[in-house]
Ligand binder design. Structure first.
Ligand code: ADP
Length: 704
């Protein structure tokens, strides 16, 4: 490649151009003003040489050497002196280029580190020629010993300025960076205005066209347009503007020099040099800092964008996962209803042996536990999907605690644990969703049973405190280490080797429910083996006057102790046992598209001595109703659309006497819809429905 004629042609062309640029700019600089014949206060060739080597490669050095030689030789330096000076100049360019390359300098000048590296190079590399040049001239008696320091300093400053002012402009314009086309036109307009203003201000300051102004020296006014350029227009134009300012300022100084005597003219020249060094250094740093900030902003914005995308992807995945868990728990829960009903039916078989009864009990216990877990899981997903609404009303906390203890009675009995409850005399009214509060208390009670040894003691205390009410559930169980007491309220967190005893969601759910009621939940335990106390705090209802508290006299398995909607399956149907004197044969129609559920429920009610019919759809229900007048209709509400609601309305309108219409809902369908359902139905029962609930409603409400 290197031997190719085109390469040499290009090399020759570049060398010739560099030679001319160097030679003529040097002639111009020396013509303009030289302290000594050989040292000019601004030496553009140093900037040109550096740029040429930076882009064209070190191999262009002969052009620099020859040009420098001829400049000096034409100034009548001795041949050897001219060679020496030329070598010094070449070496300076070579070293400056080497420094920039090793600093990985980018000519785009849009990074602070690049500007700092460049400025350091501009100040240091010229030492080489400022030492070599004058020394050689001294050796050949071209410069006297007295003149040496001034010559050296002028040489150095001249080269520094040549690099500092001219090189950034050349480097930026020769660097192959693309214009941003979208920005080009408005930018060009702004840049032109910027240049015009810079030129006008520079002329006003440095050329003194208006005599009244010439009394003032206001060179720092150029900071105004340069700041604008640095903030808005970028390095390409700022470096150009610095060249313009330098050119006009030099021109002005030279005009003045013509008019002034030599001594003060020297001062003026030094001031000019210092000023240009200042301007160049400050704005090279400034523009780079601004560019760097702009670039950082762009990167930040990009990162924020991609983060946003990630977050939205994650949250859509999370949503999908929640959806999946919700569907899964729903689907797992559905088949439990007929199983539970069948178990109830089997339990009614008086001929069954004690062993069989025991297995039925065990199965019922397990299924109840699974149902509870699935319900908790569903609730957790609903809360995190923000699909959760509370059915708030004024309730007496005593009723909630009583109902919860009644619901967990069996659990304690089975574990031979002693449960004691202390409730206040007067009602403690809170504004709450009774179903959810009950879930909280039942959860805490179940945990107390679970994490306390057989035969242990559990106590429940409900009391009024200064600003609200507190439910304290204390057990004598395994306790919780102090440093774990916080984390047990996080989802899926289990401590103290409680694996296998649950999913670790009970407490996190309890916490969320309590917080939805503006309350708090906390735990106190003195450590492992020393029992735990869970404390639920709830604010009292704002005004207790117009209250309609849940009657605290309503007891455990009563279906209406929590109004309208019933919670998880209640226990053994005491009411089936015949002890109830009100019991008589009733007629019931069950409408459910889930044939298993419909059939088992039908079987149980038939077995219990009631007249029962089953329909699997709205049409067959209406057909049945033409001949059969039930006292109660159990209507599943999971028919598509409004079917069950419409059916309920139709029955109310057309069937006389109007039967008791009970909605059979999946827990998932209930969520916040209790109110809606309650307008069309007399009761809402949550599947799986226990015989106790059905019997309770039948005896108490059917036909008044
Ligand atoms: P689960 O009981 O299903 O594991 P929870 O969220 O109800 O989940 O409880 C989280 C953890 O808190 C339990 O695994 C257990 O380690 C601890 N814990 C809860 N209640 C008690 C208690 N009464 N005594 C001791 N530890 C408890």
């Amino acid at each position: 490649m290197q031997s190719h004629p085109r390469f040499w042609a290009k090399y020759a062309l570049h060398s010739a151009l560099l030679f001319c640029a160097y030679y003529f700019s040097a002639q111009w600089a020396l013509d303009v003003y030289a302290v000594h014949q050989f040292a000019a206060p601004i030496w553009p060739p140093s900037g040109i040489a550096l740029t040429a080597l930076f882009f064209g490669g070190y191999r262009l050095w002969p052009a620099i050497a020859f040009a420098a030689f001829f400049v000096n030789y034409s100034l009548e330096a001795p041949l050897l002196a001219a060679i020496g000076v030329a070598l010094g100049n070449t070496l300076e360019a070579w070293i400056a280029c080497y420094l920039l390359k090793s600093l990985r300098f980018s000519p785009l000048l849009n990074k602070l580190s690049d500007s700092v590296g460049f400025i350091a190079t501009a100040f240091s590399a010229p030492f080489i020629s400022a030492v070599i040049g004058p020394t050689v001239l001294l050796l050949f008696n071209v410069v006297t010993r007295q003149d040496l320091p001034l010559t050296s300093i002028t040489w150095w400053i001249g080269d520094v300025l040549g690099i500092l002012v001219l090189a950034p402009f050349l480097l930026r314009w020769f660097s192959r960076s693309v214009f941003d086309m979208r920005r080009t036109i408005p930018l060009a307009v702004e840049a032109i205005v910027f240049f015009i203003i810079t030129i006008v201000i520079s002329i006003l300051i440095f050329l003194d066209p208006i005599p009244q102004f010439s009394a003032y020296s206001l060179p720092y006014l150029v900071f105004i347009p340069l700041t604008w350029g640095a903030l808005r227009i970028g390095p390409r134009f700022v470096t150009s503007a610095i060249v313009i300012v330098a050119a006009i300022a030099t021109m002005g100084t030279l005009i003045n020099l013509g008019q002034l005597v030599a001594t003060s003219s020297k001062n003026e020249l030094v001031l000019l040099q210092l000023f240009l060094i200042n301007v160049s250094t400050i704005f090279l740093l400034f523009v780079a800092a601004v560019e760097e900030r702009k670039e950082t902003n762009v990167i930040l914005r990009k990162n924020v964008e991609s983060l946003k995308k990630d977050v939205s992807k994650m949250s859509s995945e999370d949503r999908a996962k929640n959806e999946f868990i919700a569907i899964l728990s729903h689907e797992l829960r559905n088949p439990l209803a007929p199983v539970l009903s069948s178990l109830e039916l089997m339990r009614l078989d008086t001929a069954a042996s004690p062993a069989i009864r025991e297995s039925i009990d065990a199965m019922q216990g397990h299924i109840n536990r699974i149902t509870r877990l699935l319900d908790d899981l569903l609730d957790i997903t609903r809360i995190s999907q923000k699909k959760f609404t509370l059915d708030m009303k004024k309730v007496d906390l005593r009723a909630i605690v009583e109902h919860s203890t009644a619901m967990t009675e069996d659990t304690f009995k089975k574990r031979s644990q002693v449960l004691s409850a202390t409730l206040p005399q007067d009602p403690l009214l809170v504004y709450a969703d009774p179903l959810r509060l009950e879930q909280v208390v039942v959860n805490l009670l179940n945990n107390a049973a679970k994490y306390t040894e057989l035969g242990g003691r559990i106590s429940v205390l409900l009391e009024r405190v200064a600003t609200g009410a507190e439910i304290r559930i204390r057990d004598s169980g395994i306790g919780i280490e102090r440093n774990k007491q916080r984390e047990i309220f996080e989802p899926f967190r289990q401590v103290n080797g409680s694996d296998g005893k649950g999913l670790g969601i009970g407490l996190s759910l309890a916490k969320r429910f309590v917080e939805l009621h503006s309350g708090t939940i906390s735990v106190e335990s003195e450590g492992l083996g020393r029992g735990s106390e869970f404390i639920v705090f709830l604010p009292l209802a704002p005004s207790e006057r117009e209250t309609n508290p849940v009657q605290s006299s309503q007891k455990s398995s009563g279906a209406n102790s929590v109004p309208k909607a019933l919670s998880a399956p209640t226990s053994v149907p005491q009411l089936m046992g015949g002890s109830n004197t009100e019991r008589k044969t009733r007629s019931v129609l069950i409408v459910d598209s889930d044939t298993d559920t419909a059939n088992t429920m039908g079987n149980i009610l038939t077995y219990a001595g009631h007249t029962t019919k089953v329909a699997y759809g709205v049409r067959s229900a209406l057909q049945t109703l033409a001949l059969f007048r039930p006292e109660m209709i159990l209507l599943a509400v999971d028919f598509p659309g409004e079917a069950s609601k419409n059916l309920a309305l139709k029955i109310r309108r057309e069937v006389k006497p109007i039967p008791l219409i009970v909605a059979l809902a999946q827990k998932v369908e209930l969520n916040g819809k209790e109110q809606i359902l309650s307008s069309d139905f007399d009761f809402t029962l949550v599947k799986p429905v226990s015989i106790a609930d059905l019997e309770f409603i039948l005896t108490k409400y059917a036909h008044g």
